[in-house]
Design a protein. Structure first.
Length: 642
């Protein structure tokens, strides 16, 4: 499908520009085409999808990245299509999950749409996909590409989809109400009737600390790799056999670890007892890794609940939040107690229901006493101490969040021994359904996340949006969005081999005497290295964005940053997000008025739901519900142009 530039027979047809070509843009296109015949029957229009990267995957999920990189979502838990659980106004149009798509591709039961370019070397992986499979990102890119071209083909000829391999650098109002999308290079501009901003995380200017470290690195001939999406990072400059400091122990760290070990020719093997060992290639560095928490994200859980899924939410529900009143809520004081109760209740209810033999009192009596207690009552600890004899069966949010808190090791080797034991225990728990209370907590976290994502932005105080809420989302990612178990097992093998060495909690990094230095609160030791990798995703904000389109719109007052005023102090707080009207996501101009032809669904737009990962099937995902609402608003805007 090539882009015709306003051919005479289409000049008067309504047209839409979607800026961005990743999963969000693809889902919006699906919802727009699904709603067309019902909402705007007889309307025929053009859609221009603008992105320098191929459609479907866009920049982050493009195919051109290492085959060593995996998703951290199982194939069964990834879909790009609505199902019967989604409560949206538009029609439900079913489609395959990643698992179903892989199976249908292998058997030839799935037609390959025009525009989709299969790579049979990559698609050979599809034959190995099962529900619990962690697909490579290259295979996921193929799935997203197939979805895009399938949707585009299904919509034709009423909706003509054109891909534009360019970067949008400005959007200008024309006198007739149309929107001129200015493209980079010498490409002609596109004049359309409506625009949707659907970019993922845009490029971000470095922080002052990153600028300082980069300048120091340049001045002393060091290697410094700042925060960036993994697909955009080249690790070629990191020298072999030398120490490298890696700041961050989340998913970006796992990617970095894999690329510096397996990606450089190292190999894993199992011994007769099934334990994994690492054989170095000699090309890998010695990785010194640390973070504020000091431990890596928990691995994914590799079992199902012994019984049925818990009925959630029980305590942290939309109704419970509404009962807290109308004034802006403090996250730590108002919401966190309810969240902690939700998680704790889920853990002990699962323990009592599936493993009553591990309680020292009758399970029904335990739950009845649990329900009767005020959650702040000290008697709760007494009940747990009496009824739950095994420490491993007790649930403590603070201990879960900061396992290294208060620990101090005399030598780095002692910390390394503790970390090896910690990783081994975590792997065991995440593979043994005797600890199914962990999975119940996981489901409770998903329920909490769902309630939080539906909260109106003004329900939280501005200070809570800056501190309490981000801190909880970090905890959520640490517990519920970790790497596949096999990756954590590889980390354990690398730690035993001495290839990965842990710095500890409260990691601080500096540059002095011609080297980078890292220290922590866990030991009194200092690590020195000539290379530093920031294995963290950049914190994107509107004012720090270097995206030329966003900069142009902001500088001209065509968009504005959402600011919140603390009612207690009168202090204005900047959110870093593009202001948009709740509901239809129309972009607000500098004077606060909604633009009639511009919509925002990208990662930096206020009110956007589900920007952090792929939607799970049969969960009434907010990602689909919001995309449906925006799609219908866009269709109404296009209908007004006739």
């Amino acid at each position: 499908m090539t882009r015709p530039f306003q051919s005479p027979d289409q000049r008067r047809a309504p047209s839409l520009a979607i800026i961005g070509a990743g999963p969000r843009a693809t889902s919006l296109l699906e919802r727009i085409t699904a709603n067309r015949s019902e909402l705007t029957p007889g309307l025929s229009f053009d859609v221009h999808v603008i992105d320098p990267h191929p459609p479907g995957g866009g920049r982050i999920w493009r195919r051109e990245q290492s085959r060593w990189l995996w998703m951290n979502t199982t194939a069964d838990d990834c879909t790009m299509f609505t199902d019967e659980s989604v409560t949206c106004t538009g029609p439900i149009v079913a489609g395959p999950t990643l698992t179903e798509w892989a199976g249908q591709v292998v058997t030839g039961r799935l037609p390959l749409p025009a525009g989709f370019e299969p790579d049979y070397d990559d698609l050979s992986e599809a034959a190995r996909v099962t529900g619990g499979w962690f697909a490579t990102r290259r295979l996921q890119s193929h799935y997203l590409s197939w979805v895009f071209w399938h949707v585009a083909g299904r919509a034709a000829p009423a909706v003509r989809v054109h891909t534009v391999a360019a970067r949008a650098v400005d959007v200008i109002d024309l006198s007739d109400g149309r929107q001129r999308v200015v493209l980079d290079g010498d490409r002609p501009a596109l004049d359309v009737d409506a625009v949707v901003l659907a970019q993922g995380g845009p490029d971000t200017a470095p922080t002052p600390e990153e600028e300082r470290l980069a300048r120091y690195s340049d001045a002393h001939g060091l290697t410094y790799l700042p925060t960036s999406p993994t697909a955009d990072v080249s690790l070629d400059a990191v020298p072999a056999r030398e120490p490298v400091i890696v700041r961050g122990l989340g998913l970006a760290f796992i990617d970095t670890m894999v690329l510096l070990t397996s990606g450089r020719g190292g190999a894993f093997r199992r011994d007769a007892a099934g334990e994994l060992h690492y054989t170095p290639s000699g090309a890998e560095p010695v990785i010194h890794a640390g973070s504020r928490r000091g431990v890596p994200y928990h691995s994914k859980i590799h079992y199902d609940l012994p019984g049925s899924r818990p009925s959630l939410p029980r305590h942290f529900s939309a109704e419970a939040v509404a009962a807290l009143g109308e004034s802006p809520l403090d996250f730590d004081e108002d919401l966190l107690p309810l969240i902690v109760r939700e998680l704790t209740d889920a853990a002990y209810r699962e323990l009592a229901g599936s493993h009553p033999e591990r309680l020292s009192v009758d399970a029904d009596e335990f739950l009845a006493r649990l329900d009767a207690l005020d959650w702040s009552d000290p008697a709760l600890k007494d009940l747990v101490a009496q009824a739950v004899p095994e420490e491993a069966d007790r649930f403590d949010v603070q201990e879960l969040d900061r396992p290294l808190a208060g620990l101090r090791f005399a030598r780095p080797a002692d910390l390394q021994t503790w970390m090896v034991d910690y990783l081994r225990a975590d792997l065991h728990r995440r593979r043994d359904d005797r600890h199914s209370s962990d999975l119940a907590v996981f489901h409770a976290l998903l329920s909490v996340f769902g309630v939080l994502s539906e909260l109106a932005p003004d329900r939280l105080s501005p200070s809570s949006q800056e501190r309490g809420f981000p801190a909880f989302m970090g905890f959520f990612s640490y517990v519920a969005s970790g790497p596949p178990g096999p990756r954590l097992e590889e980390l354990l093998a690398l730690a035993r081999a001495g290839v990965v060495r842990f710095i500890g909690a409260g990691t601080e990094v500096g540059a002095v005497d011609g080297v980078f230095r890292a220290s922590s609160t866990s030991t009194g030791s200092v690590v020195e290295a000539r290379a530093l990798i920031e294995a963290r995703l950049p914190a994107t904000t509107l004012t720090r964005s270097t995206d030329p389109l966003l900069r142009a719109l902001l500088d001209r007052g065509a968009i504005r940053e959402l600011e919140r005023t603390d009612p207690g102090t009168g202090t204005a707080h900047r959110t870093g997000l593009i202001d948009a009207a709740p509901g239809d996501q129309r972009l607000l101009r500098g004077d606060g008025s909604p633009h009639p032809a511009r919509f925002g669904a990208g990662a930096l737009v206020a009110g956007v739901v589900g920007a952090g990962g792929f939607s799970r099937p049969r969960t009434n995902a907010g990602f689909f519900r919001q995309n449906d609402t925006v799609a219908r608003a866009v269709l109404r805007a296009l209908a007004l142009t006739r």
